[in-house]
Design a protein around this ligand. Structure first.
Ligand SMILES: NC(=O)c1ccc[n+]([C@@H]2O[C@H](COP(=O)([O-])OP(=O)(O)OC[C@H]3O[C@@H](n4cnc5c(N)ncnc54)[C@H](O)[C@@H]3O)[C@@H](O)[C@H]2O)c1
Length: 484
């Protein structure tokens, strides 16, 4: 923070005048933007607030706090029980400010950064409002809920000059960093295929999380939860199991595919696929959800100056009562990288130049003289040294026992906040490019179409004409204004 203190003081005087006249006078009416406002608490700690203190909000907060010189000062959540729990879990030795209204947090000048850990349909609204209010933002994945929402976040981030990190923390793991190193070094040759499946067969794994018995319209701020989603009466399942509903979540693609896609983009330096198709079904968890529990997505990544063309195939089956053997593999023409938990195994295999002949081959169907001629020509063309394959090599990488990807991902965010830099490992441009194939997967599934995407300009070539996403965009633009 020291390096930026002078900038801070310079911009603070201008910015605080703005806040005083526009921000604080109208506590929830923020000035259009407060660029380059580098607020620093007196003890140089980064003071942050968590907005959305549910399951991941707790994990994110704990991971953030495993970094030095950061402090949690406020929490916003819509369920009273979670605000009370946060006070016990994180506020024992101090007064933790808690509120149902995230705008109260954004209005506080003593807060440097916010973690946005709400359901997906709130990500863009809160992130944009926070950037406009001069906060640095760590936003959970997927960065946005629909394809047409990404650019507004990117614009807000660019305009704000603030630091932003999107939260697919696995790319900060030692295993993904090693995979990136191996791929960049050409160790598995040109990548041609990437596959991953993430099957489950249990209620919690299928997102039927526990609903607290005191859930009611009194303990839950239902209207605020709905946000830009269609109005409907209080429903505790929708609030506590929001992933099961299109109005609030992004299904298996947004919850699970996103992590692998983020990892692949990190490892290969790709910008994204051009063609995305999904199919699937709601096969088992028919308790009222409106998203599939079996889904496969196919994506074509075109050749770029960073990589050859490759295909990616991703699958989730929440109804797999068979043998579950989840696997994630990056396959190249000289080997593969297979992830297993935090570790990886690289297998190197290179074909010899000589193709060989015999066995299940057409050779034996030739006449005797033709076979002899074939062998003569083959021997002339392929001397002995071209016939030997290099031995298959297996290289295991074990991440250090104390590798803490989650804390490191926050560490990268805080380090950039301190430097006054926007150069995080998962900035909103990266975050949107990783989210787009996921959101396209959903659009493909629900509209039964192939989605064509331009990963360079980040635009959809065949946007929806009648989709829920389009409806959402128009509702969102009016509601966002109303909410702020
Ligand atoms: N990076 C990861 O590995 C990872 C893992 C799990 C979840 N996530 C992401 O984290 C986010 C939250 O998931 P979760 O499992 O913690 O959900 P959750 O339901 O457990 O928690 C969400 C919380 O957000 C609160 N909330 C909703 N709208 C709000 C608003 N407008 N203002 C303030 N609080 C609000 C709710 O009260 C709830 O407590 C999702 O975007 C999810 O995709 C990421």
């Amino acid at each position: 923070m020291q390096a930026n203190r002078r900038t801070f003081i310079k911009s603070l005087s201008a910015a605080s005048a703005l806040v005083a006249t526009e921000g604080l006078a109208k506590p929830f009416g923020f000035p259009a933007y407060i660029p380059n406002l580098m607020k620093v608490s007196p003890n140089d700690k980064i003071r942050f607030a968590t907005i959305g203190m549910g399951i991941q909000g707790n994990y994110d907060t704990m991971a953030a706090l495993r970094n030095p010189d950061v402090e949690l000062v406020a929490v916003a959540d819509l369920y009273t029980g979670r605000l009370e729990h946060a006070k016990t879990a994180f506020g024992k030795d101090k007064d933790l400010f808690t509120t149902r209204d995230y705008r109260e947090i954004l209005a506080r000048p003593d807060i440097d950064a916010v973690l946005v850990v709400t359901p997906d349909h709130w990500h863009d609204h809160i992130t944009i409002a926070a950037l406009k209010a001069g906060k640095h933002v760590y936003c959970e994945k997927p960065m946005v809920q629909h394809l047409n929402e990404g650019k507004a976040v990117i614009d807000a981030w660019k305009k704000s000059g603030k630091t932003m990190q999107v939260g697919s923390q696995r790319i900060s793991s030692a295993a993904f960093q090693e995979a990136k190193r191996l791929v960049e070094a050409g160790d598995i040759g040109a990548i041609n295929y990437i596959e991953s499946n993430n099957d489950r067969f249990n209620a919690i794994g299928a997102w039927n999380y526990s609903v607290p018995p005191d859930a009611s319209p009194q303990t839950v701020d239902w209207d605020r939860f709905l946000g830009d989603a269609p109005k409907r009466p209080f429903d505790a399942n929708r609030f506590f199991r929001w992933r099961n509903y299109r109005d609030y979540g992004t299904g298996v693609a947004g919850d699970l595919f996103i992590h692998l896609i983020t990892g692949v983009h990190f490892v290969t330096n790709t910008l994204g696929p051009t063609r995305i198709f999904s199919s699937g079904n709601l096969a088992y968890w028919k308790e009222g959800r409106d998203v599939p529990d079996v889904m496969t997505s196919l994506m074509d990544y075109p050749k770029t100056d960073k990589h050859e063309a490759f295909q990616m195939v991703l699958r989730v089956n929440f109804a797999n009562a068979g043998k579950i053997s989840n696997v994630t593999r990056i396959i190249g023409n000289e080997g593969q990288i297979e992830f297993s938990e935090d570790n990886l195994i690289m297998t190197k295999k290179k074909l010899p130049l000589a193709p060989g002949y015999g066995n299940y081959d057409s050779f034996f169907t030739f006449t005797e003289p033709v076979q002899q001629e074939f062998v003569k020509q083959y021997d002339a063309k392929y001397p002995p040294e071209t016939r030997k394959a290099e031995p298959v090599k297996e290289v295991k990488f074990e991440a250090p026992k104390d590798d803490d990807a989650h804390a490191k991902h926050f560490g990268n965010f805080f380090e950039n906040v301190r430097k006054g830099s926007q150069g995080t490992v998962e900035d909103p441009v990266f975050g949107f490019r990783a989210a787009a194939p996921v959101l396209a997967s959903n659009e493909s599934y629900f509209e039964q179409k192939v989605v064509y995407w331009d990963p360079v300009t980040m635009t959809q070539k065949n946007p929806s004409t009648s989709s829920a996403s389009k409806k959402k965009a128009s509702v969102a633009s009016t509601k966002t204004v109303a909410k702020q």
